[in-house]
Design a protein around this ligand. Structure first.
Ligand code: ATP
Ligand code: MG
Length: 595
């Protein structure tokens, strides 16, 4: 059944193989853990690390998480869960600008909503990289003392020119061979605010001739007068990301540091930093190792934080949690479940090669998850009134005929839903035609069809307004044909019509969402992604739904029979005034080119 599909055995991948090998060889078995991030001495005083592996998810708190981050979250937290480890939630907040508490809150919310926790082995593994600034500073001094770093006073332009190119070696800076004492003094002056922003930087002293440009004496500390959200004005120098990141991993006892492919060329510097600091006795061995995987690229979707920010600030969407946004808050409001996103991450797996995943894979995972658990309901999205002209003579005026249906066709335990059939109902406008084409089995004058869970009816005609628009369909109940009664099969019909009682149904706002972009690769080849915004990505209609949906709780998911999956909007839906978002259609209509 569909539930089984939702929990496949995790497919093997190269990261699982690396972890299994490390566990078999006991690569990390000797680690000790002081229950807090710390240097070699601190960790050595701790207990044997109870976590078999440690991974981390390290977002910069400068925006909302998106579906690409979800892949990384499922991967890092999933591996830790599967191998007796723990995944650290770490805010990489070493860049003093652009970081805000709003983003920190939304990120922790999103990770927890996805179903993951950073609690483990008695500790809460929620960390902020900026808490390591003191250690990073100490590490930089240690590198200077060992002759591995120097203060460079070249201009930015000189540094750029002297870095060389892919085909040309770089040139040593004239400041490269300063004495340790001079470097230390200058670095301390940098820290103490004695020099202007950009006047000098601290660089690693590695090899200006290295074929890997990232090893040509990369910058490790810069002067930047900026107020940091956590450390305030304590610092006017900040570590570069490539220096900070390996240190953060090592202080936290991370074993497998998993990042996206663009950091592959940084791996030698990652190792260089950690080896030097372990040699200096500052960091505990065994050291963390970096592994790279291909980032998620999803067709019809943009996963650049900067561009998503632009969609929000320029009001192309209604905020970060607009149901069309690929942010986790947007997916949630659209009706995605944590399970569906986990299933998606499992299905796409991890690889070392960049590729595009088709959007239908995400929707497919969602349908597979919702199919087994979403309650069914009838809704009429494009209402046309239908009058049952023999209702009064058959049942008496104002009669309401009780009908019922299973909440879910394959899950009896979910119970039944009840609603009344009345003398006037709404049907879909497309379910009536005055002059039907061949093969049309729904309502047209003279034809019979079944009202789902109700009676067979016979269409007798329609009413029109002065301009010829059809305003109501006329039909008669065929007596003794009620669904679930012995006579139900006495009259055979080919068409089944969904409906909602006009007097008992509930009017609801329904937001029909579609893809935000019409191009599969909206920002490929430097194209302006705004050019392919789908003008029809949001359509708001007034629909009629079963009376039982009047007070639907926010976030409740339904399959509106024949229309697709819908969710009660978590922001705007109110008791008595429900608002539903279309999560997805029942089938993938895009790949068939039907839009
Ligand atoms: P952006 O460049 O849009 O700001 P980012 O990659 O810098 O995004 P971070 O906050 O640094 O965003 O990302 C946190 C983690 O999420 C990183 O480990 C990163 O590798 C991972 N990640 C980000 N985008 C994707 C993606 N599209 N697919 C897989 N992992 C991703
Ligand atoms: Mg980043």
């Amino acid at each position: 059944m569909s539930e089984e599909k939702n929990t496949p055995a995790p497919a093997s991948n190269f990261l699982r193989q690396i972890i299994e090998r490390d566990l078999a060889q006991g690569t990390y078995a000797s680690r000790r853990w002081a229950h807090v991030p710390g240097d070699a001495a601190q960790q050595a005083a701790g207990e044997p690390d109870p976590a078999k592996i440690r991974t981390r998810f390290p977002p910069e708190p400068n925006g909302y998480l998106h579906v690409g981050h979800a892949k990384s979250i499922c991967l890092n937290f999933g591996l830790a869960r599967d191998y007796g480890g723990v995944c650290h939630m770490r805010f990489d907040d070493t860049n003093p600008e652009k970081e805000e508490q709003e983003y920190v809150d939304s990120i922790t919310d999103s990770v927890q909503w996805l179903g993951f926790s950073w609690e483990g082995f008695g500790d809460t593994h929620l960390y902020f990289a900026s808490n390591y600034f003191d250690f990073m500073y100490r590490a930089a001094e240690a590198l200077i003392e060992a002759g591995h770093a120097y203060v460079d006073q070249q201009t930015a332009e000189e540094m750029r020119v002297n870095r060389g190119t892919l085909t040309e070696k770089g040139k040593d800076s004239p400041w490269r061979d300063r004495s340790v004492a001079e470097n230390l003094a200058l670095f301390r002056e940098m820290r103490d605010g004695k020099h202007a922003d950009g006047a000098m930087i601290l660089r690693a002293r590695i090899d200006m001739a290295s074929p890997n440009i990232n090893l040509r004496d990369p910058a490790i500390y810069r002067i930047k007068r900026a107020t940091h959200h956590n450390t305030g004005d304590k610092w006017c120098i900040y570590p570069m990301y490539t220096f900070a990141h390996p240190i953060e991993d090592a202080l936290e006892n991370i074993t497998h540091s998993i990042c996206t492919l663009e950091f592959e060329d940084q791996r030698p510097f990652y190792d260089w930093v950690l080896e030097r600091l372990a040699d200096a006795g500052l960091l505990a061995r065994p050291l963390p190792k970096q592994y790279e995987f291909a980032r998620l690229n999803l067709t019809y979707v943009i996963t650049s934080k900067r561009k998503l920010m632009q969609l929000v600030t320029e009001n192309h969407v209604d905020g970060w949690d607009d149901p069309r946004m690929p942010t986790i808050v947007g997916l949630r409001r659209r009706g995605y479940t944590p399970e569906s996103i986990q299933l998606f991450a499992e299905r796409i797996g991890v690889s070392k090669a960049d590729s595009w995943i088709d959007y239908s894979t995400l929707e497919g995972a969602l349908r597979d998850d919702l199919d087994g658990k979403a309650a069914r309901a009838m809704a009429v999205l494009d209402p046309l009134r239908l009058k049952l002209t023999n209702w009064e003579s058959l049942f008496g005026a104002g009669h309401a005929e009780p009908c019922s249906a299973p909440v879910h066709p394959h899950h009896e335990e979910m119970g039944r839903r009840a609603f009344n059939l009345t003398g006037e109902i709404y049907i879909e406008r497309e379910d009536f035609m005055e002059e039907p084409p061949k093969g049309y089995h729904r309502l047209y004058p003279g034809n019979m069809a079944r009202l789902k869970y109700g009676f067979v009816i016979k269409c007798t005609g329609c009413e029109k307004d002065a301009t010829g628009n059809i305003t109501a369909v006329l039909a008669e109940i065929v007596p003794d044909t009620k669904s679930g009664t012995p006579g139900a099969d006495s009259v055979k019909v080919k068409g089944v019509i969904t409906w909602v009682s006009a007097s008992e149904g509930v009017q609801a706002e329904v937001r029909l969402y579609d893809r935000l972009f019409t191009e599969a690769h909206p920002d490929a080849g430097g194209r302006n992604f705004l050019d392919s915004l789908n003008p029809n990505s949001k359509q708001v209609i007034s629909a009629w739904v079963e009376p039982g949906l009047a007070n639907t709780l926010a976030d409740t998911k339904f399959q509106f029979e024949r229309h697709g999956y819908f969710v009660a909007d978590r922001v705007d839906s109110m008791p008595g005034k429900p608002v539903f978002n279309r999560t997805t259609t029942l089938r993938d209509t895009w790949s068939q080119g039907q839009k």
